[in-house]
Design a protein around this ligand. Structure first.
Ligand SMILES: Nc1ncnc2c1ncn2[C@@H]1O[C@H](COP(=O)(O)OP(=O)(O)OP(=O)(O)O)[C@@H](O)[C@H]1O
Length: 564
């Protein structure tokens, strides 16, 4: 993690210089005090005047150095943490969909917020302080040895005790810190879950239950923070107590030297002041090292992300869809137990339109997810022009295939941004997508037209309007293959028919559409219909062929027709 500090070399070097100056000034305080006290006991006004001027100069220089040191430290921290967070985020955003799906996204939110804050406090701030302490310690030690070797020997011998504290307590503190970070992560997951399901919570009157869930999670997080703080506080108090004992011992020895006339009061004060610069770093060394050790788990979590191999730019480059897409012996299970797809085989030819129908939970959406590599642990192969989709560069795959999902995500921006997804498209492409997706009326009715805001996750829009935006978004992307997962479920039959019809009429577009709406007129437009039942492809053919067979599709169609 320290590498992020070294990235800004000039700022880093300036920080070192000012940290050294800052520490040197701390130590110099002892000498200034000695000058002042010795001047007062010498009875010389001239010496006193000189000492006061030196003191004033000392204060003036100190203020400047402290201020500059603080600004430099804040600058370096700001830049280093921004770099670190940018890099973590970039690694996350460039992950494969299947890798991203393996984790709860709220844990990543917690990492980028809570864990980074912990890292800032207990790692970066600590490193700075450790360095300043080390410099102050070295300068004070040299000064102390030169002023009084006996006092120096005593201080060092006594200070060995607090140094041993981190060795004894380090592991336990680290355990408490890890538990705290984990609990905060879980707490973030809980909050995200609750806020995402807010409408369900209200609609089903389950506030009490949710409040109880929240309370337990909140108390868990606070308890683990409390445990960590109590333990860290106890270690700090112990170290401070040892510090006082060393202080008392040194003062007693120095007082003895003053009484026996071997030391001036000024020197005694100077040694006491120097002792602070020796004992304090040693005493705080224990807690600082402990805190550095305690962020190990967070460091590991971050390194896991940062060191992960970036696969997005790997693979075979494939820019054009030439001929066919083939599902070859595809079997798949989400959990390794229940078979969701069973030896599925089919071929999709360029420019043709295909529908997938079947029973609920039969594996229709899963077929689309495998094509788009949301999961990669299936057996068999999905070939695009003979190349396994797993070997194709992720970026190229998503330029060949786009999907319209059942659940549509809307960015909290304008309709235009949600159509273009912040990319540049010609007005012609945008207008064409608006027409094909049936958005024209909506845009006309809004005072800001295409620039109207959609609200958080599209809350200003109806389900059907969101679906139309998702359809336009996919049309505008203009990929050669379009897969659609129940994209018109929220639309009335007529709108749904019109939109599906216009998509199916795009001649060069290859379409694979999962549909529940068994509308004869639309189904007849497909070149072939795949019928899935419990993960197996049991029938395949045109609408008329399937109806003639009078098998599963025939029944499915009739049930749907009678249901309508
Ligand atoms: N992420 C997941 N983890 C575990 N099981 C899953 C996951 N997604 C889907 N499943 C299960 O896999 C099976 C097939 O799901 P899939 O969504 O492909 O069916 P579907 O045919 O599209 O269903 P529907 O028509 O109801 O949308 C179902 O039993 C479902 O519960």
């Amino acid at each position: 993690m320290y590498k992020y500090l070294l990235r800004h070399k000039l700022l880093f070097a300036l920080n070192i210089i000012f940290a050294i100056l800052d520490s040197a000034l701390n130590v110099a305080m002892a000498l200034v005090l000695k000058l002042l006290v010795d001047a007062s006991s010498s009875g010389s006004i001239k010496d006193l005047k000189y000492a006061v001027i030196v003191f004033l100069m000392y204060i003036f220089i100190s203020i400047i150095v402290w201020m500059v040191a603080k600004v430099l430290k804040a600058c370096l921290l700001r830049r280093s943490l921004t770099d670190l967070k940018n890099q973590i985020f970039s690694k996350i955003i460039y992950r494969n969909i299947n890798e991203f799906n393996e984790e709860n996204s709220a844990k990543n939110i917690s990492l980028l917020t809570n864990d980074i804050n912990i890292l800032e406090q207990d790692y970066y701030n600590n490193l700075f302080d450790l360095f300043s302490n080390l410099v102050a310690f070295i300068i004070a030690t040299i000064a102390m040895i030169r002023l009084n070797i006996y006092a120096a020997i005593f201080v060092f011998a006594a200070a060995l005790i607090p140094i041993g504290i981190p060795v004894i307590s380090g592991k336990t503190l680290s355990r408490y810190r890890n538990a705290y970070s984990e609990a905060i992560g879980l707490f973030t997951v809980k909050i995200k879950d609750i806020f995402s399901g807010f409408e369900v919570i209200k609609g089903f009157n389950i506030e009490k239950r949710v409040l109880e869930d929240y309370r337990i999670s909140n108390e868990g997080a606070e308890l683990s923070k409390y445990r960590y703080n109590v333990f860290a506080g106890a270690i700090d108090s112990l170290a401070t107590a040892f510090g006082f004992m060393i202080f008392l011992g040194t003062m007693s020895i120095n007082a003895y030297f003053v009484i026996t006339g071997k030391m001036t009061i000024g020197l005694m004060l100077a040694i006491t002041q120097l002792m602070n610069n020796i004992v304090n770093p040693l005493v705080s060394l224990s807690s600082r090292l402990n805190r550095l050790k305690s962020v190990k788990l967070i460091e590991d979590k971050i390194n896991d992300i940062l060191l992960k191999h970036d696969e997005s730019d790997e693979g075979i480059s494939k820019k054009v869809f030439d001929d066919r897409l083939r599902f070859y012996n595809i079997s798949f299970s989400y959990d390794g137990e229940k078979a969701v797809l069973k030896n599925v085989n089919f071929i999709i030819k360029k420019g043709r339109k295909y529908a997938i129908v079947g029973n609920s939970g039969g594996g229709k959406s899963t077929i689309l997810k495998l094509l788009l590599r949301y999961y990669e642990n299936h057996s068999g192969n999905i070939f695009i022009d003979g190349i396994d989709n797993k070997s194709i560069k992720a970026e190229d795959l998503y330029r060949l295939v786009s999907i319209i999902h059942q659940n549509i995500y809307m960015f909290d921006s304008s309709i235009r941004d949600n159509l273009t997804l912040f990319e540049d498209y010609s007005d012609e492409a945008i207008e064409n997508a608006i027409d094909l997706s049936g958005l024209r009326e909506l845009i006309k009715s809004l005072s800001d037209g295409i620039n109207s805001p959609v609200g958080e996750n599209g809350r200003n829009l109806s389900g059907g309007e969101k679906q139309r935006i998702a359809i336009a978004r996919a049309i505008i992307k203009n990929t050669p293959i379009l897969v659609i997962d129940e994209a018109t479920s929220s639309l009335d039959n007529e709108t749904s028919y019109n939109i599906e019809n216009s998509i199916l009429n795009i001649p060069e577009l290859t379409c694979l559409v999962v549909t529940h709406k068994l509308n004869e007129e639309i189904l007849k437009k497909y070149d072939s219909i795949f019928v899935l039942k419990d993960g197996a492809l049991i029938e395949q053919g045109t609408f008329d062929e399937l109806m003639e067979r009078r098998a599963f599709f025939y029944n499915l169609y009739n049930v749907a027709k009678n249901g309508n």
